[in-house]
Design a protein around this ligand. Sequence first.
Ligand code: AMP
Length: 371
Amino acid sequence: MIILVINSGSSSLKYQVREGDDVLAEGLVERIGEAEVPDHAAALDRVDREVAEALGERTIDAVGHRVVHGGERFSEPVLIDNEITRAIERLNPLAPLHNPAAVTGIRAITEKWPDLPQVAVFDTAFHRTLPERAWRYAVPDELYRKHGIRRYGFHGTSHAYVARGAAELLGTDAFTGVIAHLGNGASVAAVRDGESIDTSMGFTPLEGLVMGTRSGDIDPSILLFLLREGYSEKDLDTLLNRNSGLKGLTGTNDMRSVSESADSGDERAKLAVEVASYRLAKYVGGYHVAVGGAEALVFTAGIGENAADFRAAVVSKLGALGLELDESLNAERSKHARVISTPSSAFPVLVVPTDEEAAIAEATAAVVAGS
Ligand code: AMP
C-alpha cells in the first residue's frame, strides 16, 4: 500500500510517500500563505506534481495525517469523514497552532482527491491510558469541565513506536519502562505493559523537560509575577515557548552547539546540560517508581539518538538506580536499536531510533486495511 504521510503546519506542509519501509518521496512546502503558495490547496498541487514524478504510473492508496490533538475522544487512529474532521476542528482551542492546520490539510485533500481514504493519527492518543491520578491537575473541577484543562501528553506516536521497538529488542511481548523522546521538543513517558501511564507534557507541550526553546516545568506564579510586571499574554507565550529552554540558557536551541561549547569549557553551556540532564534524571527516577520497576530506559529522537554526552550526563545521575553506561557502546554511532549499558547495569539502557512517518504510515495502512 502506498501511503502519503502529511504533517501540516500553519505555513508549511511536510510530506513523505512510503511503501512499507521504503521512502519513495519526501519534501517540504514552506511559506504557505505567501505569493508563490497562496494556500494549502496550492501546496498540495505542488506535492501532487512531486509525488507523480516519483511514482510514475503508480498512485497513492491512502493519506495519513499527523494530528497533534485528539482531546479525550481519540485514543487510536481513525478513518476520516466529515464528522471526524469537525471533531478535530472542535479541538482547535486546545491546539491553536496545530489542529487548524491539520483540518485545512484534510479538507484540501478531500477536495482534491475525494475518493482517497484519509486517516488521522493523533499525538495524544497513546496517552489516553493515563490513570486519572496522573492526568488531573489539582485545581477546581470546573477548569476541567468547562475548558478541558487536564494533562493530555504528546509525542504519543513516537513513544508508542519506540515502545514496540524496545520490546522487540528486549524480546518481550510488551514494554515496561521509561522512554525519553529528546528532540527539539522533549518528553518522557512511563510505559507499563505497553501502555502509557504517565508523561511529562501536560495540557500543552510546554510542561516537563527542558527543551530546545521551551522552559518545561516552572512555578506558574512566575507568570503572575510577570503579568504584574507588564508582560502581555503574547510576551509570555514567546518567552516560554520560543526563547527559553536550551536557547534561554545558552542562546542556541541546537544541542550540537551546546555540547561543543560545553566541551570547550563554556560555563553557560555546561550549566544548560546540567539543568536539562538533572531534570530528566528526576523524571526517570519518578517514572521508574510509577511503572513498578523499569525493565529499560530508552533514549530516542535527535538528541536521544545522537548526543552521547547528554545520555552520559543523564545516566551518571541515576547511579542510585544502579544504571551504568558502557562508554564505548554509548559512543558508537548507529541507526539501529541497541543496548548502551554494561551487563552489570541494574536494567539496560537502550537507544531506539524513532520514525514518526513510519509509524503514521503503518497506522494508516492498518486502519484502511481494516475498514
Ligand atoms: P529532532 O527534533 O528529533 O529532529 O531533534 C533535534 C535536536 O537533536 C536538536 O537539538 C539537534 O541539535 C539534536 N541533534 C541532532 N543531531 C545531533 C548530534 N549529532 N549531537 C547532538 N545533538 C544532535
